[in-house]
Write a protein that binds this ligand. Structure first.
Ligand code: ZN
Length: 502
């Protein structure tokens, strides 16, 4: 007779397969599907999600987990077996707390709200979106209640993305980050290089050739990935050895395709480092969204905008676009790639201002969920904070409170994971610089395998076996700390703007 653990693995494998199949359908929807497929695709995705949910909340699975827990008793906490049972139990308990009727209602409301949001944003009409957002907030509060008791109604929402992290732990970290960033914006906004040489005319086919060359130099096996264009770049792993990387070719702006590629490849390298024996289990994923984002941000910003790596990129960029970049030197590229600007739109923001965009959203969504802010008051609260934190006046709601899809999609608790990803990347980068003394020389040669190997050994190979707080502790021997990120941003800006004076 097979053990309960073996049977548990087989069942979890089927759930994982349904998830990955859905991911493949979603990838196709965003890269190659003709528009006529939209209706059918929505039904196919809903069917896969329902099947996965039924398998996850079945009594058989819950019983199997308890029997397997008996079998793994006494095994070390971090062993594959004990971790598998622990993480599966957590996933299943969470899924079983939410009534099927409420899950359906959340999905339906989000889908209606997304449609309303597209129209409201196009017309910059917050009033038209308001009732949908009110409904989403109300449903998310009901969702949170499924996980009572909790200290804070935002805790269960955050827990969906950052297992174990509480609002009380997160608030002071982001407050310190905010208070450290505001003086940096004051000092450095607008002080850098004119980056107009990265704008202009950059034909998509030549951008593609450039991006393919950069991709070929990265430590991701060529037979384990493909690259496709999409309007909003993302990375999906169908398996650790089947990575779907995307980027966007904006013919007026070369930055978009190059740094989006690096960002998504940071995600891809993480997925690629998850061991195959974990990939069809609940351990076969990243520690959390923040950890995933720490990897993409590190490649995009700490590697991708560093002086040594730009020294590697510049000749490739010049070869692809000799007339636009032929007489651009490394100093100018370095300054342009690290330019700080006060801006309205989160997705276009630079590394110094970006986290303030996020913290503003975090503070507002916490206030909404806690009932301290009404949806009707949201645009004014948004505009006030944009002024306070970034010194930017918001001309209309389309470029203000309506710019992101997250709240329309019902995703409350998601925004802070971006800022946390940057915080974690800062902590990791400080450690990496100490432990890889030859990193700069390697980056100058475009040699990223040693960095990849370090990350794989310390982080990627563990999959989701540890919670975020455990993983941070194992990596840096402490908790979440924005100080390294702030120090590195300050050091880079001092170097960039100092260089500008020569
Ligand atoms: Zn990302």
């Amino acid at each position: 007779m097979p053990s309960a653990l073996d049977e548990l693995k087989a069942r979890l494998g089927r759930i994982a397969d349904l998830d990955r199949a859905a991911a493949l359908l979603a990838w196709d929807e965003r890269t190659g599907m003709p528009p006529g497929g939209a209706q059918a695709r929505a039904e196919q995705l809903a069917t896969l999600a329902e099947l996965g949910h039924e398998l996850t909340v079945s009594d058989e699975l819950a019983e199997l987990i308890e029997r397997a827990a008996g079998e793994v008793e006494g095994l070390p906490y971090e062993s594959d077996e004990a971790s598998l049972v622990r993480v599966a139990r957590r996933d299943v308990e969470r899924a079983r707390r939410v009534p099927t009727e409420l899950s359906g209602e959340l999905a339906r409301a989000a889908s209606l709200a997304e449609n309303a949001w597209v129209r409201a944003r196009a017309e910059s009409d917050f009033a038209a979106f308001r009732p949908y957002l009110e409904r989403n907030v109300e449903l998310r509060r009901r969702y949170a209640e499924c996980f009572a008791p909790y200290e804070h109604p935002y805790d269960p929402l955050l827990d969906d993305y950052e297992p174990g992290l509480t609002t009380a732990e997160l608030e002071p970290v982001l407050a310190r980050l905010r208070d450290g960033l505001r003086p940096l914006v004051e000092r450095y906004a607008g002080a850098g290089e004119d980056d107009s040489f990265l704008r202009g005319e950059f034909p998509a086919d030549r951008q593609r050739a450039l991006v393919e060359r950069i991709l070929a130099s990265l430590p991701i096996p060529a037979d384990e990935r493909r690259l496709d264009p999409t309007p909003h770049p993302f990375l999906t792993a169908i398996a650790p050895t089947d990575l779907r990387i995307t980027t966007r070719y904006d013919e007026d702006n070369l930055s978009m395709s190059v740094w989006s590629l690096l960002h998504e490849c940071g995600h891809a390298i993480y997925e690629n480092g998850i061991p195959h024996e974990l990939s069809r289990t609940p351990l076969g994923r990243a520690v959390s969204l923040a950890f995933h984002e720490s990897q993409s941000r590190m490649l995009e910003n700490w590697v991708g905008r560093s002086r040594p790596y730009l020294a590697y990129l510049l000749p490739l960029m010049r070869e692809a676009f000799p007339e636009q970049l032929g007489d651009i030197g490394l100093d100018r590229l370095y300054r342009a790639a690290n330019r700080v600007e006060r801006s309205l739109i989160r997705v276009d923001a630079d590394e110094v201002t970006y986290n303030l965009h996020i913290i503003l959203r975090f503070e507002l969504e916490v206030a909404l969920v806690r009932g301290e802010l009404e949806v009707a008051e949201l645009p004014d609260a948004w505009n006030q904070r944009m002024w306070d934190y970034l010194g930017v006046e918001v001309p209309d709601d389309a470029s203000g409170v309506l710019q992101d899809v997250h709240w329309a999609a019902g995703a409350f608790g998601y925004f802070p994971t971006y800022a946390l990803g940057n915080v974690i990347a800062g902590q990791l980068w400080e450690l990496i610089r100490r432990e890889l003394p030859d990193l700069d020389e390697q980056l100058e040669r475009g040699e990223l395998a040693p960095l990849r190997d370090w990350l794989r050994e310390r982080l990627h190979r563990h999959g989701a076996r540890f919670e975020p707080a455990e993983m941070v502790e194992r990596l840096v021997g402490g908790g979440l700390d924005p100080a390294p990120l702030l120090a590195q941003l300050e050091a880079r800006q001092a170097e960039v703007t100092g260089a500008a004076r020569h």
